[in-house]
Design a protein around this ligand. Structure first.
Ligand code: PMP
Length: 402
C-alpha cells in the first residue's frame, strides 16, 4: 500500500535536542528547545506544582473518569480569568467561552480548525508574523487555510518593524485573520509597546480583521501575569471578538502534561454557546476529551489565593533568572569587545533572544563549540547559566570575528 510514501523531514527543534543528547562533549550547551532550566541546567518542577500534585494524590475521591469534551470546568473558568483579568466585563457579560485543549498547540489547532469551517469570509487568509513559531504555518495550512506573512522583525534595528506590520494590515483584504503573539514573541523576543498595540488595534479595527492571540508565555515575559496580558485585555476593551490560545507548558513547567485552553471572546452569549458547541463537536472527533492531570494541577493553583501567590513567586524566579542571563551575556560580549551591537539581548524579553547570528555562524557554534541553537540564530535564554554563559559569549565572539 505505502511504497509511494515519501519520508517527511524531522522537526528542527526535536532533532536539535537529539543531536545535543548524542553529543558527548563536556561543555555542550543546548539553547534550542524552549524549556526552562535551572542554574544547574536541570528541568524545574515548580514548588507550587509539587504541592498541587501532593494534594491531588492525597485526594482519594479523585477518580479517572472521562472529563467532559470541553474539559475541566474549574480549569476553563480559571484560565479565562487569568488571561482576561478577574474584573473582565466580557466575562461578566457571559460572552467568553473556553475549551480545554491539548496544550497551546491543540488550542491553536482547535481555533484554526473552527475558523477553517466557520469563518464567514470564504478564502480569508491567516497572516502570521515573519518570523514566527514554525507550527503556526503548519497548523493553519494543515486545516486548509491560506497562510500569508506580515513583517515583524527588522534586522537593521533588531527590533519591531511596526511600519511593515501596519502596512500589511492596511493592505490585507478586510476581515483577514491575524495571528498575534501577545507577549514574549517567539522567536524574536520583541514585543510592541502599549502605544504600538494601540496603533495595531486602530488598523485592525478599521479593517475589520480578526485577532487570534497565541499566548504561550503569560508570566514568563515580565514575571507579571497582568502586564503580559495587557495586549489581549486592551483588544477586549476595544470590543474585538477574538480567540486566545493559552499554554500552561512554560508558566507551570507542565510541558508533557498538555494543559491548554482556547478562550473565545464572542459578541453575545448565544454566539459564544454556538461556537463552543461546534468546537466540542470537532474536539470529540479528534481527542474525544482532554487529559485531566495537568489541568487539575493548574486548576488547584489558580483557584486558591495562597497557591496563586506562590505560583507568582515561582514565575518571578524563572523570569528573573532569564533576565539575569540576558544581562550577563550582554556584559560578557561588551567585555570581549565583540564586533556589532548587543543591546537587543537585554531589550528583548521572554524565553528567547533573536541574536542576529547567521546560519553559517550557527553551524560553527555547533561544530566547533558544541552549542546547539536553531539556524535562524534564536537562543533559548533558559539554557544559559553562570557556568556556561562565558563560554557561550566567547563562542559568539569567535564566530563573529571569523
Ligand atoms: N505557541 C508558541 C508561540 C510557542 O512558542 C509554543 C511553545 N513552543 C506553543 C504555542 C505551544 O506549546 P505547547 O503546545 O507546549 O503548549
Amino acid at each position: 500500500f505505502f511504497e509511494q510514501v515519501q519520508g517527511a523531514p524531522a522537526d528542527v527543534i526535536f532533532a536539535l535536542t537529539s543531536s545535543y543528547k548524542a553529543d558527548s562533549h563536556t561543555q555542550k550547551v543546548n539553547l534550542g528547545v524552549g524549556a526552562y532550566r535551572t542554574e544547574e541546567g536541570k528541568p524545574w518542577v515548580l514548588p507550587i506544582v509539587k504541592k498541587a500534585k501532593h494534594l491531588l494524590v492525597e485526594n482519594e475521591e479523585l477518580d479517572h473518569e472521562y472529563l467532559p469534551i470541553l474539559g475541566l470546568e474549574t480549569f476553563r473558568k480559571a484560565a479565562v480569568k487569568l488571561i482576561l483579568g478577574y474584573n473582565s466585563k466580557a466575562i461578566a457579560e457571559g460572552r467568553v467561552g473556553a475549551a480545554q485543549c491539548i496544550s497551546g498547540t491543540g488550542a491553536v489547532y482547535a481555533g484554526a480548525h473552527f475558523l477553517s469551517k466557520h469563518y464567514p469570509i470564504k478564502g480569508a487568509a491567516c497572516y502570521i508574523s515573519k518570523p514566527t513559531w514554525a507550527n503556526h504555518r503548519a497548523i493553519f495550512e494543515g486545516v486548509g487555510m491560506q497562510v500569508l506573512e506580515y513583517p515583524y522583525w527588522d534586522p537593521a534595528t533588531k527590533g519591531l518593524d511596526l511600519k511593515g506590520m501596519l502596512g500589511t494590515m492596511q493592505s490585507a483584504p478586510n476581515g483577514s485573520i491575524f495571528l498575534i503573539h501577545p507577549c514574549a514573541h517567539n522567536p524574536t523576543g520583541v514585543d510592541p509597546t502599549n502605544d504600538q498595540w494601540r496603533q495595531i488595534a486602530d488598523v485592525m479595527e478599521a479593517k475589520g480583521h480578526f485577532p487570534f492571540f497565541d499566548c504561550a508565555y503569560q508570566g514568563f515575559a515580565s514575571g507579571n501575569l497582568d502586564k503580559d496580558a495587557y495586549s489581549v485585555r486592551y483588544f477586549v476593551d476595544r470590543g474585538f471578538e477574538m480567540f486566545i490560545a493559552q499554554s500552561f507548558s512554560k508558566n507551570f513547567g507542565l510541558y508533557s502534561e498538555r494543559a491548554g485552553n482556547l478562550t473565545v471572546v464572542a459578541r453575545s452569549v448565544e454566539v459564544k454557546n454556538r461556537i463552543e458547541s461546534q468546537i466540542a463537536k470537532a474536539q470529540r472527533a479528534v481527542i474525544s476529551n482532554p487529559p485531566a492531570y495537568g489541568s487539575r494541577i493548574v486548576s488547584v493553583v489558580l483557584n486558591n489565593k495562597q497557591y496563586y501567590q506562590e505560583w507568582e513567586q515561582n514565575l518571578s524566579t524563572m523570569a528573573n533568572r532569564i533576565i539575569d542571563m540576558r544581562n550577563v551575556l550582554y556584559e560578557e560580549l561588551v567585555k570581549l569587545g565583540t564586533p556589532g551591537t548587543w543591546n537587543h539581548i537585554v531589550d528583548q524579553i521572554g524565553m528567547f533572544s533573536f541574536t542576529g547570528l547567521t546560519a553559517p555562524q550557527v553551524k560553527v557554534l555547533k561544530e566547533k563549540y558544541h552549542v546547539y541553537l536553531t539556524d535562524n540564530g534564536r537562543i533559548s535564554m533558559a539554557g544559559l547559566n553562570s557556568k556556561n554563559v562565558k563560554y557561550f559569549a566567547q563562542a559568539i565572539d569567535f564566530v563573529v570575528r571569523n
